[in-house]
Structures are given as structure tokens and as C-alpha cells.
Design a protein around this ligand. Structure first.
Ligand code: ATP
Ligand code: MN
Length: 465
């Protein structure tokens, strides 16, 4: 007998003859005439109503153990539903209990647990409607990302997770070490990393970009999609200590081309997840914490819109003229804070916007310096509700200018010898960006906290499960 997933059943793929379902009980309502089991197998946001004759021997034997959370296997057929609530239901001809769920202690008895509470039970929360929908969306979005780049002729590159270079030059990295922490070898008061596993100071990567540039200047168009680690003490709803980043890197591409790539990428992803997960999105958008009416229409409209572009200098002027009193005062040279980004997207543009040409002091060393020598060819894509979801730039391809920047910023020049050599041998203009996967998921789903769009969030003070 065939075992069929609910997602197939709901797409009209149920066989006419009896078939098997495997999943979990959501609720059980027993009565003398007929019993109802609300059933879900995790493959679809939509559950299925199982209808059982109480006299059915396989049911009668286990009826008391068919509790919320219990695992069951049922055999039966799909039939039209007489009630108005659903089009069809499943008439059970046999049921088997696979795993009990103790009614007194199973935590997901009632609906409506807070997301905060669910974060304390990450081993069970994928079974809820909300987190289930998010994780199916996450999977579909990951597939869409690979599909987009494959269709555009990009190669998928695996950049290292353990690294001895600090891509952002920001120093917010987790150490990777096998040194005995109770007895750390030292020279002149400093840790002697030459005694460590890699004979050098090693960390978890904050970005695959620099290595991505190596391969892009060989295979032309590449992307990475992998875990990224930041030891920044940002206890916000938009930051994780471990997140996933997508980083395309393209040789012979300038900033304009980079923006066009970012725009078509986001549009493709939105269109694709609307295609594959509209039910999940509709469910998520209707949650009580989503305060944005018509989010679905906004997403649909996005695919046909043109993203606005703002020069950083112009953005500063708009913020100064806004009449708003921001917590962080606005003046040329500041890094845009979330409150500034949100004014630009939510109130000024009312949609996604690229901000380009940031002051060089606030951006990373590898960004191409503009002719004004004050700004760099950086681009951030900002979206309503969230602010930055993409950060990117055209890279500095001129050897001497790059070397100067490294020196001016006081970075350890010797560490970048290979990065500098890329500028000595067949250097080309090239560009790329990083999209935070979880930021994208927040944007599409309307989820308010980044900890609820990744199965196992890590943030300051928390790395359980
Ligand atoms: P932010 O200013 O929002 O902290 P950033 O400028 O430090 O971000 P980049 O170094 O430009 O971020 O990284 C590229 C992208 O990675 C960002 O646009 C964002 O989508 C995502 N990102 C960065 N830091 C985090 C984080 N701690 N958790 C989740 N996503 C992140
Ligand atoms: Mn950034």
C-alpha cells in the first residue's frame, strides 16, 4: 500500500484506492457515533480530518492513547466531507499507534504558545504550525537560491568555515583552538598561536568573500551559500551569532551591474517562494504579530517594481530634512543606523532602496575608492521593516590603492599577501554582495525576530540544542 504525504494529498495527488498516512495527532475528539482526529504529517500547512468509527477494532484498542502529539499510522480513503468546514476528509479503515505522547507532560497541548516560550523548546517547536511553515519556507528559499544562480551560469563554491583571515577587518570573530585554555602558551604576554592546531590564530569565518574573489577571478561568476559567524554582542531581533549568507562574486562587473544582480535576485526569490509556498506565506502573514496589512500584495508588487537608488550623500540630506528626531544624530560621515534605514525605506521610498557610495571611513578596506577619494563604491539594499538585507560593493582592483587602504587602516599587511596578488596577476574590476538568508526570510514571512526563522538560533548567551 502506498504511503502518501499530506502535501501530495492536498495537491490532488491522493490515490482512489486506500492509502497510508504517517504523522502526528493534533487533536482527538471522540464520541459515541464518530470520532475525529485532526492529523498533520508536517509536509503541509493544511491538516487533514480523520474520521473514525468508534467500533473499529484497531481504533477501540488504542483510543485512549490517541492524544495530542502521538505518532500514528492510518489506512483509509479520501472522501467528500459532508460538513462545510473542509472539502474532503479521510475515512479510516485501520489505525496504529506508533509513539505515545503523554498528555500530562507534552508541552504543545494548547495552541497559542508565545514564540519566546517555543524558543525554550526548540526540540519540539518545528511541530507547531508557525515554525513548521517557516522551516518549509526556508527550505524552498534555499532551493530557489541555487536555482537562480544555476540558471544565470554561476558556479557554487565552498569557501572555508575555519579561516586565518578576518574578511571584514572588524575583529568580531570566534576563535577556533585546541589550546589548553587552563594553560595557554604565551610569548611576551601574548598567546603563542604557533603552538595551536593550525600553527596560527584561527577563527570561524565572518564572510566567504575574500576566498570567493579568488575563485571569481578564475571562474568568473561564483556564489557561496554557507554558515557565517559573528561574535558581535548584538542582542537584537535582526542579528544572530551564526547565520547563513549568500555571497555572489562576479569578475568584470561594476557597481551598477552588481545592483542589477541584487535586484533581480531578490525579485526571483520572492516570486519563487510565492510560487512554492503561498499557503505558508498566507498563514504566516496572518499571525497576530504581523502588523503589515497586505504584505502578500506588497511582495507580489515587488516583482514588477524598480528598486530606487540613493546616493549616501543624498540619503543624509533626506534624513536631515525629515524633521525626525533620531536617537543617533544625522550628519555626513555617520554609518546609517536601523532607524535611519527604516525612515528611508518605510517612509521616504516606501519600498526597497539601494544606498550607494558610502564614506570610505565607515566601510571595509576592500571597497573600490571613488574618484572623490572620500567615498567607496559600496551598496546596501534596504527593505521596509528591516533595513539592510544586502551589503555589497565593487572591489578595489588597483594593487597600490588597495595596499594603501590596508596600511591606512592598520590591518596586518602580511596576512593579505594573496589577496594583493590577485591584483598583480590579471586584475579585473569585480563586484559582489552578501545577502543574509535569515533577513530575507524575515522580510518574506513577516516574522519579527530572526531567532524564529532559523531552526537552531545562536545568540549571545545562548547556544543550546
Ligand atoms: P548590520 O549593519 O545589519 O549589522 P552588516 O553591515 O554588519 O549588517 P555585512 O557585513 O554587510 O552586514 O553582511 C552582509 C549581510 O549579512 C547583511 O546585509 C545582513 O543581511 C547579513 N548579516 C550581517 N550580520 C548579521 C547577523 N549578525 N545576523 C544575521 N544576518 C546578518
Ligand atoms: Mn553591511
Amino acid at each position: 500500500m502506498k504511503t502518501v504525504d499530506l502535501r501530495v494529498v492536498h495537491k490532488g495527488g491522493a490515490p482512489a484506492e486506500p492509502f497510508r498516512l504517517q504523522g502526528w495527532v493534533r487533536s482527538h475528539r471522540a464520541s459515541k457515533q464518530v470520532s475525529f482526529i485532526e492529523f498533520s504529517d508536517g509536509t503541509s500547512i493544511t491538516h487533514l480530518q480523520l474520521v473514525v468509527e468508534p467500533a473499529l477494532p484497531s481504533y477501540a484498542a488504542i483510543a485512549a492513547r490517541i492524544t495530542t502529539g502521538a505518532a500514528v499510522e492510518v489506512i483509509g480513503t479520501l472522501v467528500d466531507s459532508p460538513g462545510g468546514k473542509q472539502k474532503y476528509e479521510f475515512r479510516v479503515s485501520g489505525i496504529q499507534l506508533v509513539g505515545d505522547a503523554d498528555a500530562a507532560t507534552y508541552p504543545l497541548q494548547k495552541k497559542g504558545h508565545t514564540l519566546e516560550f517555543l524558543r525554550e523548546i526548540q526540540h519540539l517547536r518545528p511541530r507547531t504550525n508557525t515554525l513548521g511553515a517557516v522551516f518549509r519556507l526556508r527550505s524552498a528559499a534555499a532551493m530557489a537560491i541555487h536555482r537562480f544562480f544555476d540558471e544565470q551560469g554561476f558556479y557554487y563554491v565552498h569557501t572555508p568555515i575555519i579561516t586565518t583571515s578576518d574578511a571584514e577587518g572588524a575583529g568580531e570573530m570566534f576563535h577556533v583552538t585546541t589550546l589548553d585554555l587552563a594553560n595557554v602558551p604565551k610569548i611576551d604576554g601574548h598567546v603563542d598561536f604557533s603552538k595551536d592546531f593550525f600553527n596560527a590564530e584561527a577563527s570561524l569565518t565572518v564572510s566567504g568573500q575574500l576566498e570567493g574573489e579568488i575563485v571569481a577571478t578564475a571562474l568568473k561568476k561564483i556564489y557561496t551559500f554557507g554558515p557565517t559567524f559573528r561574535a558581535e554582542n548584538s542582542n537584537t531581533a535582526r542579528h544572530l551569532s551564526e547565520f547563513w549568507m549568500i555571497e555572489p562574486e562576479v569578475a568584470f562587473l561594476d557597481l551598477e551591474g552588481n545592483m542589477a544582480l541584487g535586484e533581480s535576485f531578490i525579485k526571483y526569490l520572492i516570486t519563487d517562494v510565492l510560487d512554492h509556498c503561498e499557503d505558508e506565506l498566507a498563514f504566516l502573514h496572518a499571525r497576530e504579530w504581523v502588523k503589515e496589512p497586505g504584505l502578500m500584495d506588497t511582495l507580489k508588487a515587488l516583482a514588477n517594481s524598480t528598486f530606487e537608488k540613493l546616493d549616501y550623500t543624498e540619503a543624509i540630506r533626506i534624513l536631515e530634512k525629515s524633521g525626525k528626531s533620531f536617537d543617533f544624530p544625522v550628519k555626513w560621515g555617520i554609518d546609517l543606523q536601523t532607524e535611519h534605514e527604516r525612515y528611508l525605506t518605510d517612509e521616504h521610498v516606501k519600498g526597497p532602496v539601494f544606498v550607494v557610495n558610502y564614506p570610505k571611513q565607515i566601510k571595509a578596506f576592500y571597497m573600490k575608492v571613488n574618484a572623490d577619494d572620500k567615498t567607496v563604491r559600496a551598496m546596501d539594499m534596504l527593505v521596509p521593516r528591516l533595513g539592510e538585507i544586502i551589503g555589497g560593493s565593487q572591489r578595489e582592483e588597483r594593487h597600490d590603492v588597495l595596499l594603501n587602504r590596508i596600511r591606512q587602516m592598520g590591518l596586518p599587511e602580511a596576512n593579505y599577501w594573496w589577496y594583493l596578488e590577485l591584483r598583480k596577476f590579471g586584475t579585473v574590476p569585480h563586484s559582489g554582495f552578501g545577502l543574509g538568508f535569515e533577513r530575507f526570510l524575515m522580510y518574506a514571512s513577516g516574522m519579527q525576530n530572526i531567532r524564529d526563522v532559523i531552526p537552531f538560533p545562536r545568540f549571545p548567551g545562548f547556544a543550546r540544542f
